[in-house]
Design a protein around this ligand. Sequence first.
Ligand SMILES: NC(=O)c1ccc[n+]([C@@H]2O[C@H](COP(=O)([O-])OP(=O)(O)OC[C@H]3O[C@@H](n4cnc5c(N)ncnc54)[C@H](O)[C@@H]3O)[C@@H](O)[C@H]2O)c1
Length: 354
Amino acid sequence: MASVRIGIIGLGTIGKAHWKVIRESAQTTLIAVADPTPSALDFARAESIPAYADYREMLENETLDGVVVAVPNAEHVPVALACIERGIAVLVEKPVADRVETAQAMCKEAEGRDVPVLVGHHRRHNTAVQRVRQAIRDGLIGRPVTATVMYNQLKPASYFDLDWRRQVGGGPVLINLIHEIDLIRFMFGEIHSLQALSSNAVRGFAVEDTAAVLLRSQSGAIGTISVSDTAVSPFSWDLASGEFDLMLGTSDRMKRQKVSTHVFAGTEGSVTLPTLDYYNYRDVAEPGWRSDLNAEVLTVESTDTYLRQIEHFARVIRREEAPLVSGLDGTRTLQATLAVTEAAATGQTIILSE
Ligand SMILES: NC(=O)c1ccc[n+]([C@@H]2O[C@H](COP(=O)([O-])OP(=O)(O)OC[C@H]3O[C@@H](n4cnc5c(N)ncnc54)[C@H](O)[C@@H]3O)[C@@H](O)[C@H]2O)c1
């Protein structure tokens, strides 16, 4: 099986995570990178990888099968379109775009040219996430009733040195909560409607630092999500799942927190992430609070989520698989996430789909 030729545009935090797995996998070869910052160019050149300050030059000069687009949110669509117009498949980081209209225009262009688009909702490639989805589909929790999701952690002050992270659109709703929205869609299906509150009271930036969401899925299940980048807590996917270490490429940097951040509960049982605890009533006369709950742990092989994602991208490029998160799928997640901002600003319930 031939290795696919990949370029990276945007060699910042997540661009470097892609760099690591592209170089690790036998299915992908890193051909070149593009980023205007001298430190990124030096980083690549130190490893003898061709580096361009202007991504258009990279696209002109290199032969690429696929490009990872890992630039700030507002640049996703123009950069991805430049690739699509040249027939190059894209793995575009989440959010797929900063506006639904531009995301839809990009998807239309990609469809017209038959160029695959994969959106970087990497968690869908996580084996624990896939195990829970399968458990729900197999009926282990019965009819889904609630999703309870926490993403509360402290981002260090230096994280906000980059100006775009202090501006509207650069905060935890579009950066972090979007993953939770996508995960709930992945587990329970499309979202019917939502309500939200947000606050910038602690950091005082233009962008929010905290938000809470109440949502209803089309199936009738109800979900709650709290998200904050200013609360000291282990209850966040980044700290509990181990994926953050994969992203930084430094497994000894942070102690992984053994806590549950997600509970999916139904009429027959409940299951947690990333801990994979499973609770139900088994062989009891009358299921209910006076009976013993059976507790067990679902098992799954844990692997590098970003590696699984890039290898899926290689198969998408070879047309062996359809994108697990297509451009339109990523657009629906974006739409629901932007609805959170609208709901918080207006105090209204936003109806997404009947
Ligand atoms: N899936 C994930 O786990 C994950 C994690 C973090 C960030 N992200 C997403 O990735 C994107 C980047 O986030 P980040 O935290 O890596 O940001 P970052 O600021 O660390 O990196 C962005 C990089 O893009 C470069 N850049 C900006 N404009 C460019 C252009 N026109 N051409 C080439 N390079 C350009 C910058 O110089 C910088 O190096 C965001 O959309 C974010 O939402 C995804």
